[in-house]
Design a binder for this molecule. Structure first.
Ligand code: PMP
Length: 360
């Protein structure tokens, strides 16, 4: 059986080796007589799975002991409210950079709790770029500065980490975590929904500097209180055990591949190939400022929109799946997360070339 190349933005393709291992361990995890899904989260076996996953993530991402790593639920979206509730402390203001749909969602939720200052926005450029940091209207007394390093829908990715002095930097890394090296020590808090580069949905990973804990507003729901989650090893209640286990398998796989440095090289090569092809072929276009083109999510349009349905049908027939762009922007989008092999990108480019030749 050959698996399709799945270009979905999330839930996204997972490494085949990881799925096979999960299959092998499905009925009986290492002689325990049961599946990981059936284990008590308090069991020795699961605690070992959970701790190993955290340790491997710390090694992969270079996370020091100054940071807590939390495995929470509710997706990245739950963090849009958890972040202001936990980090505002005795301040009222938070700064946000708006680069597209995911920034906007974070801003809208934070505005329920905080005096939100949108310090910069690329809306005038149709969210096709990152606003020049020299124009950012940030505040020195903000509780934090939030940005979205990779806009999954717009395909816009920062190629720098913003400078914000003593103001803690908060990043929604959902669609770019572990895809290339990153200096975690520059951040106050990083969060990422799991269903792109980490594992199945149902899990959100938070990496938070420990000195930022313990300031949650009294009305913060217990389940969103980072201090409570940290104090309980992310097991205040029943965690998403199977997703956590799968994430652990992905972390091991990533280490075997050479870690984030190797991933960064591979991901850059994959993205460059596809952008170079799009730029060289008049039938296709990508609207993003070349400097800020995402390595993970590549939106593109056909010269004739009336051919979109035929393009997608032909792609499906070749096992190139989920290339339809987000409903809010249309066109196409190819997501090239860590688990998308280079052969998938080659197959996509072959298909795009032949489609343009025949129908363009
Ligand atoms: N932020 C970004 C950048 C995303 O891509 C997504 C999901 N596509 C989210 C947040 C929301 O994630 P979730 O569905 O896990 O809440």
């Amino acid at each position: 059986m050959s698996r399709a190349f799945n270009f979905c933005a999330g839930p996204a393709t997972l490494p085949e080796a990881v799925l096979k291992q999960a299959q092998d361990e499905m009925l009986d995890w290492r002689g325990s007589g049961m599946s990981v899904m059936e284990m008590s989260h308090r069991s020795e076996a699961f605690i070992e799975i959970a701790e190993t996953a955290e340790q491997d993530l710390r090694e992969l991402a270079g996370i020091s002991d100054d940071y807590a790593v939390l495995f929470m639920q509710g997706g990245a979206s739950s963090q849009f409210s958890a972040i202001p509730l936990n980090l505002l402390g005795d301040r009222t203001g938070a700064d946000y950079i708006n680069t597209g749909i995911w920034s906007k969602k974070a801003i809208a939720e934070a505005a329920r709790y905080a005096d939100v200052n949108v310090a910069a926005s690329s809306s005038d450029q149709g969210f096709s770029t990152v606003p020049d940091p020299s124009t950012w209207n940030t505040r020195a007394d903000a509780a934090y500065l939030h940005y979205t390093p990779n806009e999954t829908i717009g395909g816009v990715e920062y190629d720098f980490i913003p400078e914000c002095g003593d103001v803690p930097l908060v990043a929604d890394l959902s669609s770019t975590i572990l895809s290339r090296p990153l200096d975690v020590s520059r951040f106050g808090l990083i969060y990422a929904g799991a269903q792109k580069n980490i594992g199945p949905s149902g899990l959100v990973v938070i990496i938070v500097r420990k000195d930022l804990l313990g300031k949650a507003r009294p009305e913060t729901p217990t389940m969103l209180n980072y201090q409570v989650i940290a104090d309980n090893g992310s097991m205040y209640n029943t965690p998403a055990t199977y997703s956590w286990y799968l994430a652990g398998l992905v972390f091991k796989w990533l280490k075997e591949q050479g870690g984030v440095a190797a991933m960064g090289e591979l991901n850059e090569r994959k993205a460059r190939k596809l952008y170079d092809f799009i730029d060289a072929n008049e039938f296709y276009a990508n609207p993003v400022d070349p400097r800020y083109r995402s390595w993970m999510n590549v939106p593109f349009t056909l010269a004739d929109e009336a051919l979109n349905a035929d393009f997608l049908k032909g792609a499906d027939e070749r096992g190139l799946l989920n290339l339809k762009g987000h409903r809010s922007v249309g066109g196409m989008r190819a997501s090239l997360y860590n688990a998308m092999p280079e052969a998938g990108v080659d197959a996509l480019i072959d298909y795009m070339a032949s489609f343009a030749r025949e129908r363009g």
